[in-house]
Design a protein around this ligand. Structure first.
Ligand code: SF4
Length: 477
């Protein structure tokens, strides 16, 4: 089959991240559509003819999609969409159908996987909604369409046919993540547009070394999903390729919990040290899944930044949301990383059940004590399919419009705090960090010890000024 993969354009000029657990607008990051590159590689491997256009990355308008559709004449168009950019992203399907009504339009979105009926009702030009496990589902969908068989045997989808809307069971996870071919980077003209948080350290890419997370945090859309690791050998193969082909300098391992398997991380680090690829990398993980020795090893292997989901400085809130983390473990993880020379990016959520001003003050105290290199302060978002969603639905019965699920604008409060209070607390949190002279001193010290980070520090300081003073911390962190 001839397939066109589309990353839709930016939303009101703001870049959009359309990757599984991270389906959001983010003013200061432009990520390549990694999951579409994975899909492209797998479809090619199965003999399909694949094209890709990254309108978001290269900041191109929908007009470009029109010309690509006319040039390529695909039989299927596959794109990702997010809750808050839903109507905008769905124009992809509408445009495809307007050019050729026979094109199969296939949309992927993880966050709305439990709301397939509402998705299909709101997306009249969408033929197939891939709501679960795109790695296994998309190849099955395309193989099924190309063999002209019924879609009801394909797991993980909702679909429209002459009889109405059909929905199938959840799909199986990809059992062997190593079996995926190298993502089809060649479908991108270059890696020039891509960066995370601030445009430094390019060429840059994101990369999954594993997917999924077995932990059960009540607010998280990937909680309790199967962990699918890639082997150290496969990871090195991709990094080697990126170094040779693109002279890559920075990689963000986009996994939810990079250090879940300590032995695997040790092996990756040892291989990186032996090969001396000179790639700096970032990763995300849980604070209790690191220790001092591991962080020093990671630093030697090129890790220069680590993202921890700290969520709260209050043990009560951490316990209520089943974070399975002690406040002390968060503090240790930040301090050890700093000792190792690794920058710490910490995310916090304001407004989880039980939150009041006293617990918010505990979070502010935590931030003041630990001074992470940078922080994201989000308001709690009741994403469908999470336990938080169920709790909120019970306590605040009302209809949700998924288009309003922003992490920077609360739609629900807690028993003690209104959504307006939470938005205010969010701004206060940024002020507490950015206006703390010790935070500036600590970051200046870091740059003096790590002069390679000077460019990043400068663009980051400009970003803070732009974000705080001009954009009021909207659509960004
Ligand atoms: S540890 Fe992180 S990825 Fe895993 S369930 Fe909790 S918030 Fe989600």
């Amino acid at each position: 089959m001839k397939v066109l993969l589309v990353n839709p354009p930016r939303f009101n000029g703001i870049p959009v991240i359309r990757e599984e657990r991270c389906e959001i607008t983010e003013r200061y990051s432009v990520l390549e559509p990694y999951s579409l590159l994975q899909i492209a590689a797998e479809l090619r491997h199965r003999g399909h003819l694949v094209h890709l256009v990254d309108l978001n990355g290269f900041n191109l308008p929908y007009n470009r999609l029109v010309s690509e559709l006319k040039r390529i004449s695909p039989e299927a168009v596959i794109f990702r969409f997010t809750p808050t950019t839903f109507d905008w992203d769905m124009k992809t399907a509408e445009i495809a159908k307007s050019i050729d009504g026979e094109i199969k339009t296939i949309g992927i979105c993880w966050t709305l996987r439990t709301m397939h009926e509402i998705v299909m009702a709101n997306a009249p030009h969408l033929d197939i909604y891939v709501r679960h496990e795109y790695e296994t589902t998309i190849p099955n969908v395309i193989d099924t369409i190309s063999s002209a068989t019924e879609l009801n045997s394909v797991k993980g989808i909702a679909y429209r046919d002459k009889k109405g809307i059909g929905v199938t069971h959840d799909a199986n996870s990809l059992f062997n993540y190593d079996s995926l071919p190298l993502p089809a980077y060649d479908l991108l003209p270059n890696l020039n547009p891509y960066f995370v948080t601030a445009p430094a350290g390019k060429p840059f890419t994101i990369m999954y070394t594993s997917k999924g997370c077995p932990f059960r945090c009540s607010f998280c859309t990937v909680a309790g999903t199967a962990w699918k690791p890639r082997s150290a050998e496969k990871i090195l193969e991709e990094l080697r390729f990126l170094k040779e082909k693109y002279k890559i300098r920075t990689v963000s391992f986009f996994d939810e919990t990079f250090t879940l398997d300590r032995k695997r991380v040790e092996k990756i680090c040892k291989n990186l040290i032996e090969e001396n690829l000179d790639i700096q990398w970032y990763c995300n993980t849980r604070a209790h899944l690191v220790d001092r020795d591991l962080l020093f090893l990671m630093r030697r292997a090129g890790c220069t930044g680590i993202s921890y989901g700290i969520e709260s400085g209050s043990q009560k809130i951490l316990d209520y949301c089943d974070k399975s983390l002690k406040v002390e473990q968060g503090k240790n993880a930040i301090n050890w990383a700093k000792e190792a020379g690794i920058k710490t990016f910490c995310s916090f959520i304001l407004g989880l059940p039980g939150e009041d001003w006293s617990t918010i003050n505990e979070t502010f105290k935590f931030v003041n004590e630990t001074l992470p290199t940078s922080a994201q302060f989000n308001v709690a978002v009741p994403y469908p399919g999470t336990r938080l969603f169920e709790q909120v639905k019970k306590e605040y019965p009302r209809d949700f419009d998924f288009r309003l699920l922003y992490q920077d604008d609360a739609i629900v409060g807690t028993e003690s705090l209104s959504p307006a209070d939470l938005n205010r607390a969010r701004k206060m949190a940024y002020k507490i960090l950015y206006f703390n002279p010790n935070w500036w001193i600590s970051n200046i010290r870091h740059v003096m010890r790590n002069p390679k980070d000077l460019q990043l520090a400068l663009v980051y300081a400009l970003k803070i000024a732009d974000n705080y003073l001009i954009h009021g911390m909207k659509h960004a962190h």
